[in-house]
Design a protein around this ligand. Structure first.
Ligand code: SF4
Length: 523
C-alpha cells in the first residue's frame, strides 16, 4: 500500500507533522546491526561530518528527500498518525533534511530514540572499561538534532518516544533539550491523542506513561524499516527483574501480518529481515513457555521464501526451549546459516543470535530471573546453558551471549560460579558480551545502584578478560597469538589489550574484505 507519492515537490510552510530520529539512529551502519553499539562510545574527537559519512551513513532517501528506511518504532507511529491525520500531512525524514520539511505550518515533531544519552548497558560498560572520556556519539547526535535551526526557528512541539526515552525524564533534561512531552512505554495506545493535542495547541502532560496495547491497537507498518525489522512477538513474561520486556506477558503477531511487513521491507529494497522478539520460541508458544515447533518452522520457511530476502537475523532466543525440543533448531539452523551475513573465525558461514546467559550463579538466577530457566528449575541453569549452546553450535548457530556483572547483592561465590560456567563452555563457539549491571527505569530493579568500574573486583576483571580472550580465540584466530602475549598481564591491562587487538583485527578484516571485493571487480 503506497504511503503517498514521493515525487520531488517541496511543501510550502512545511508539513504539519514531521517524524525523525538522530543521525546515528537514522543509519543502518552499512547493514551491520551489531556495530550500532558504537553509538554509545565517545567519538567526539572525530568530526561529525566524517562519522556521518563513514560510521553511520544516512539511510537512502526518496526523490522528495524523505527516508526510504526508518526505525521500526517510528514506522509504527507513522502508520497510526497517517490513519488519523492523513499520510499527506506527515513526513518521515533524516535530521539533515529537516529544513525542507519543518516550517511555520509544522505543529509537531516526533523523535524516536533508543539511547539518547548513551546510558544503555553496552555503551556504559565499554565506555567505562576503555577509559574513554567525553560525550557518547549518541548524545552528540541527539543534541545536534534538537538544536537544528528549523526547530529553533519555527518552534514546533517536540514529542519524544522510543526505548531510550526514559533517559530524558526529569524537567531539567526536558528543558535543556526543549522537549514538550515524553511518551514512556509502548506508544500505540496514546500516541495519536498526544499528537492531536500537540497539533491543536492544547496543554500536554510532560510525561505520558502508557500501558501495553491490545493486539488490535498495533498497526502494520506502511513503509520499510531499517534492517527490515519486523516484530513477531512483544513482551516476554519470564519476568527477569533487570529487564523491561518482563513487564508484560508475551503475545505473538499473526503470521499474515508478519509476512505483510516482511514483504513491505523486502519489496522496497531491504536485503535483510530482522525478526524482532525477546525470544523466538515465544512465538505462539504453549503454557510454561513450551515452544510451538510447527509454527516456528512455518514462520522461518515463509520469511526465507520471500523474494529479495538475502539475510535473516533473529534478534533473541532463550535457552531452555532448545533443550526441550532440539529438533526445532536442527530444522531451522541450515536456513538461518544460509541466510546469514556472519562468518565464523576461519571464514565459514554461521548464523548468530543474541542469548542471555547473564550468570552462572543458581542463587542469582533464583533471586532475579526465576522464569529464565522454565520449564526447568534454576538449579539446572548451568546444564541448560551448556546443552543449549552445544545444540546451537551443532545447528550452525554461534550465539552472542550477554553476562551481567554486579547484580545487587552479588557475592564472590556468585562470580566464581560464572567463571566455572565459562570454563565448562571453553570449547563452545560463543561471542561474549559481558556487561555492567545498569538499573533501567521501569524494571523491578529500578533505583538500585548501577555497577561501575570502582565496584569491580579482581574476579570481575577475570570474567571480562576470559570472555574477550575467548572471543579472540574463536572469532579472530589469526590474531589469537597476540592475546597469548598479553596473558601474563594483570587482568585489567590484559582486558584492554584484548579489546585493542580485537578492534585492530576487525579493522584489518574490513580492509581485507574491501581489497578482495576490489580484486573481484577488476578480474
Ligand atoms: S528472558 Fe530475556 S527478555 Fe525475558 S524477561 Fe528475561 S531478560 Fe527479559
Amino acid at each position: 500500500m503506497p504511503f503517498r507519492s514521493h515525487d520531488n515537490k517541496k511543501r510550502e510552510g512545511g508539513f504539519p507533522i514531521v517524524l525523525t530520529a538522530s543521525a546515528i539512529e537514522m543509519s543502518d551502519f552499512n547493514l551491520d546491526p551489531f556495530v550500532a553499539f558504537v553509538g554509545g562510545f565517545p567519538l567526539g574527537i572525530f568530526p561529525k561530518t566524517l562519522l556521518r559519512k563513514t560510521v553511520y551513513p544516512p539511510v537512502r532517501l526518496h526523490q522528495d528527500q524523505t527516508v526510504r528506511f526508518a526505525p521500526y518504532g517510528l514506522r509504527k507511529v507513522e502508520a497510526l498518525l497517517a490513519e488519523k491525520f492523513g499520510p499527506e500531512n506527515i513526513a518521515t525524514v533524516h535530521p539533515l533534511q529537516l529544513d525542507r520539511f519543518v516550517g511555520p505550518q509544522t505543529k509537531a515533531v516526533g523523535i524516536s530514540t533508543m539511547d539518547p544519552l548513551g546510558l544503555g548497558f553496552v555503551s556504559r560498560t565499554y565506555t567505562n572499561i576503555l577509559g574513554l572520556r567525553g560525550k557518547p556519539a549518541n548524545l552528540i547526535e541527539f543534541e545536534a538534532l534538537l538544536s537544528m535551526r528549523p526547530l529553533r526557528r519555527h518552534h514546533p512541539r517536540i514529542l519524544v518516544g522510543g526505548a531510550g526515552a526514559w533517559q530524558l525524564m526529569g524537567s531539567n533534561l526536558m528543558t535543556r533539550f526543549g522537549i514538550d512531552a515524553i511518551i514512556s512505554g509502548h506508544v500505540e495506545p496514546s500516541v495519536v491523542e498526544v499528537f492531536k493535542k500537540a497539533v491543536n495547541g492544547e496543554k500536554l502532560d510532560q510525561v505520558v506513561e502508557t500501558k501495553a496495547p491490545e493486539m488490535g491497537e498495533i498497526p502494520t507498518i506502511r513503509n520499510p524499516s531499517i534492517y527490515g525489522t519486523v516484530e513477531i512477538t512483544r513482551g516476554c513474561g519470564r519476568r527477569c527483574q533487570f529487564c523491561s520486556p518482563t513487564m508484560g506477558d508475551a503475545y505473538s503477531f499473526p503470521l499474515e501480518l508478519i509476512l505483510e511487513e516482511a514483504k513491505i521491507n523486502a519489496h522496497n529494497g531491504s536485503r535483510m529481515i530482522i525478526l524482532q522478539t525477546d525470544d523466538l520460541f515465544l512465538y505462539m508458544s504453549g503454557p510454561a513457555f513450551i515452544p510451538n515447533k510447527k509454527t516456528i518452522l512455518k514462520l522461518i520457511r515463509e520469511i526465507a521464501a520471500i523474494k529479495g530476502v538475502e539475510f535473516i537475523q533473529i534478534a533473541h532466543m532463550s535457552l531452555p526451549p532448545l533443550v526441550y525440543d532440539p529438533e526445532i533448531l536442527k530444522e531451522i539452523g541450515p536456513i538461518l546459516a544460509e541466510k546469514s551475513m556472519w562468518r565464523y573465525g576461519n571464514g565459514g558461514p554461521c548464523a548468530s543470535v543474541e542469548i542471555g546467559i547473564e550468570t552462572g550463579s543458581t542463587r542469582l538466577v533464583r533471586r532475579y530471573m526465576k522464569g529464565k530457566s522454565l520449564p526447568y528449575d534454576p538449579e539446572q541453569w548451568q546444564d541448560i546453558v551448556v546443552q543449549a549452546t552445544g545444540i546451537m553450535n551443532d545447528a550452525g548457530i554461534n550465539p552472542l551471549a550477554t553476562l551481567i556483572l554486579g547484580l545487587p547483592g552479588e557475592t564472590e561465590e556468585d562470580v566464581m560460579e560464572t567463571l566455572r560456567l565459562l570454563d565448562k563452555l571453553k570449547s563452545a563457539k560463543i561471542f561474549y558480551v559481558p556487561l555492567l549491571f545498569t538499573s533501567e527505569k521501569g524494571t523491578a530493579l529500578e533505583g538500585f545502584n548501577p555497577m561501575d568500574l570502582g565496584g569491580l573486583t579482581d574476579l570481575h576483571w577475570e570474567i571480562l578478560s576470559t570472555c574477550w580472550r575467548q572471543n579472540l580465540e574463536k572469532w579472530e584466530p589469526a590474531f589469537f597469538p597476540f592475546a597469548r602475549i598479553a596473558d601474563g598481564l594483570p587482568p585489567r591491562t590484559r582486558l584492554r589489550a584484548f579489546l585493542s587487538i580485537y578492534a585492530v583485527a576487525k579493522k584489518i578484516g574490513k580492509e581485507m574484505g574491501r581489497f578482495r571485493r576490489s580484486l573481484r571487480l577488476l578480474s
